[in-house]
Design a protein. Structure first.
Ligand code: TXA
Ligand code: MG
Length: 342
């Protein structure tokens, strides 16, 4: 272990803030997932984030600020909806796409003229931003395409030796990333379902739209291998869905049996149907959506650590946090989505 992991304390947060101001990289907890932070106003520091994660420069990063009063420092020409949404959901698991202020360098936005802005509620993230005195650019603190990190140990697993410090603030409570809402387009569009449910945003912004790639199972199933590989465990994950639970489970059981007969090591992500799926390594996701989202990424890493070749999972719920869980599973499956007809 080369990168120090320090329990978040006033002293370690001061040390982390000094690293940020000096152009270095610090991983820190947020309520969604761990972030990998750098001074958002320092183009060279931000470029180091991309190198540490092996992330392509074409994928822009989110700028984290402590409070709504700081919005003007990172974005310009705020539409009225920005104020409504900020008041309702920020601090919290919502990221807004706004017009980029000149103070934020282009590398943050992959050269575009917009910027993603988030106000995390986690006390350690809040303290780090305030102590640093600058906005903090931070993607999720995982290697590009791997499941996001929800604990300091997972950050270390991916980024040891590549970053300057990890602040340990225990496991992230939400466990999936923020909801991303683009306010620079008409109608406003959700680019990524996340910790704040689409339904809650729609209650305030009735014309909000969800980017088509998230609309139907058909879209996912029609594009195997063509999606951006993301959140992916090393093992190949297959996602099952269908209106009829019995039919879907029967198909899954048959596929699991066939894989095992062929000598593959099988892992199953189990939500509420443990009794129906046996004779393989399982990771328990729990049943309530809040519990599933909190455990999801850790469960993927867990099965990988146990050396499985294949992961099977069934998911049907699409309401509330269910939409974000569905999205992460689709992307982790790299398009291997099996829609079982009743
Ligand atoms: O919960 C979260 O959002 C976590 C924590 C650390 O804040 N961050 C996170 O960052 O998930 P990241 O980089 O893993 O995902 C951010 C997503 C990327 O898919 C990126 O393409 C998109 O936000 N994004 C960033 N800036 C954008 C922009 N200006 N326009 C459109 N999409 C943007
Ligand atoms: Mg990420």
């Amino acid at each position: 272990m080369i990168t120090p992991v320090l329990p978040a304390s006033p002293e370690s947060i001061r040390r982390a803030a000094a690293i940020i101001r000096g152009g270095g990289l610090v991983a820190f907890p947020t309520e969604t997932v761990y972030g990998l932070g750098a001074n958002a106003t320092d183009a060279e520091a931000v470029a180091r984030i991309f190198a540490a994660k092996d992330r392509p420069l074409t994928d822009p990063v989110i700028v984290h600020i402590a409070e709504a009063a700081d919005l003007d420092g990172v974005a310009r020409d705020l539409p009225p909806a920005a104020h409504t949404l900020t008041a309702a959901f920020m601090p919290g698991a919502l990221t807004l796409i706004l017009r980029r202020a000149p103070r934020i360098p282009a590398v943050v936005a992959a050269g575009g003229d917009t910027v993603a802005v988030r106000i995390p509620s986690h006390p350690v993230a809040q303290a780090l931003i305030r102590e640093s005195g600058v906005p903090i650019a931070a993607p999720s603190a995982n290697t590009f395409s791997r499941p996001s990190a929800t604990t300091a140990a997972h950050v270390l697993e991916d980024l040891d030796g590549r970053i300057d410090l990890i602040l340990d603030g225990n496991a992230a409570t939400i466990g999936v990333e923020s909801t991303i809402l683009d306010l620079t387009v008409a109608p406003p569009t959700i680019l990524r379902p996340g910790g704040i449910p689409v339904e809650a945003i729609r209650a305030l912004l009735p014309n909000v739209q969800v980017a088509t790639r998230y609309l139907g199972v058909e879209t996912a199933a029609a594009a195997p291998g063509q999606m951006l590989r993301h959140y992916a465990p090393r093992a190949a994950l297959t996602l099952y869905t269908g209106a009829d639970d019995d039919a879907t489970l029967a198909r899954m059981r048959a596929d699991i049996a066939a894989a095992q007969a062929a000598g593959r090591r099988v892992g199953i992500l189990v939500s509420d149907d443990a009794a129906h799926l046996t004779a393989a390594l399982t990771a328990d996701l729990g049943t309530a959506l809040e519990v599933v989202s909190a455990r999801l990424f850790a469960a993927l890493r867990d099965l990988d650590a146990q050396g499985v070749d294949l992961i099977f999972v069934r998911w049907t719920r699409r309401e509330g946090l269910g939409a974000a869980i569905w999205d992460r599973l689709v992307r982790a499956s790299n398009g291997r989505v099996i829609v079982v007809q009743p």
